[in-house]
Design a protein around this ligand. Structure first.
Ligand code: NDP
Length: 338
């Protein structure tokens, strides 16, 4: 059973060599009397939050560290090979929390969901139809309280979450601008995902001026994925009663000490509502989300771009690549083709 194993806790920018590919023996059978589920992993998801789990977390919050010497865990799509649990049977396709390995014995099945719709690519259950898709949906519709015609700005806009936020905003009739880190990504935003405008934040000397250019009347909704300098520039460009849905701050994940934000006082001047959220609080909305999004996919109204790495051995590079923007779209690892 090939596995991606964390060598030790990681500090600073993560490197491929922080992980190695090992081998372990696994019995391809659920132990007698156990309610575990044995799966063959097909697709694994690379998600920025996994970086946080690579460090030693002392405060006992809801995010738990990975264990050095053990395989990483994360979201994935898998096929059930054997099951001691009444809700799952051999041959079922599932998505949810699994191990970064070829086969996983999943003891706790509360984060495992049966896949009911297979007329869409299965890998979508790591992104569009999985945790990042639900994140975009609840972050935009539930947290940001959007209205038709509003001005929306999305950072890390071509990624797993961002590309969907922009498309949801367009479906509602908003004006949407996205920022991303390369020309290729900017082109995707404008030509594939239908953003009204997009810019490469790495080429802008003055982010405040760039945002003024695209939002002369200010921003109603900022969907925050990156934090740091971008957030500071956004605060100077918010409109009265604007909302900031704080989804992530990837620019801060590899820092030992978080950067300060200078322009917080504008939250008062502009009566801005800033709300952080975690998708983990919204899984009850997953059926509603599927009902909304599946028809849009089938009709081609929502599209999705994935970046696939072939083989578990390419998993470490794919995961680390999120932090240099190497991924174009949702980063997926193909472990096996069914
Ligand atoms: P992406 O697919 O967008 O991949 C990460 C992207 O972030 C990279 O491709 C890169 O794009 C950008 N990036 C990396 N480093 C920096 C930096 N220093 N400054 C600016 N941009 C950077 O990831 P996801 O869509 O999966 O996640 C997006 C955000 O959503 C993350 O912050 C994540 O933690 C958060 N999240 C939060 C959830 C929640 O429940 N609150 C759930 C899921 C995700 P580029 O080339 O454009 O720089």
């Amino acid at each position: 059973n090939k596995q991606v194993i964390l060598r030790d806790y990681v500090y600073g920018f993560p490197k491929e060599s922080d992980m190695h590919v090992g081998d372990s023996k696994i019995k391809l059978k659920v132990p007698e009397g156990s309610s575990a589920v044995l799966v063959k992993n097909l697709y694994l998801s690379c998600d920025p939050y996994q970086r946080t789990r690579m460090k030693k977390i002392e405060d006992g919050g809801r995010i738990v560290s990975f264990t050095p010497g053990s395989p990483l865990t994360g979201f994935g799509v898998a096929k059930v090979l054997d099951s001691g649990h009444a809700n799952f049977k051999e041959g079922d396709l599932v998505w949810g929390l699994t191990g970064w390995e070829e086969y996983s014995l999943i003891n706790s099945t509360e984060s495992l969901f049966k896949i009911q719709h297979t007329d869409v690519p299965l890998s979508y259950y790591t992104g569009l139809l999985g945790m990042p898709g639900l994140t975009a949906y609840v972050g935009f519709y539930e947290v940001a309280s959007p209205k038709k015609g509003e001005y929306v700005f999305v950072s890390a806009a071509s990624g797993a979450v961002g590309q969907l936020v922009g498309q949801f905003a367009k479906l509602l009739g908003c004006y949407v601008v996205g920022s991303a880190g390369s020309k290729e990504k900017v082109d995707l935003l404008k030509n594939k995902f239908g953003f009204d405008e997009a810019f490469n934040y790495k080429e802008e000397q003055d982010l405040v001026a760039a945002l003024k250019r695209y939002f002369p009347e200010g921003i109603d909704i900022y969907f925050e994925n990156v934090g740091g300098k971008t957030l500071d520039a956004v605060l100077l460009n918010m409109r009265d009663h604007g909302r900031i849905a704080v989804c992530g701050m990837i620019s801060q994940y590899n820092l030992d000490e978080f950067e300060g934000i200078k322009n917080l006082i504008h939250i008062i001047y502009k009566r801005v509502l800033v709300q952080g959220f975690s998708v983990t609080d919204y899984y009850h909305l997953y059926p509603k989300f599927l009902e909304f999004v599946l028809p849009q996919i089938r009709e081609g109204k929502i599209v999705y771009v994935e970046d696939t790495a072939e083989g578990l051995e390419n998993g470490p590079a794919a995961l680390v690549g999120l932090f240099s923007g190497r991924n174009v779209g949702k980063q997926v690892i193909v472990v096996a083709h069914e």
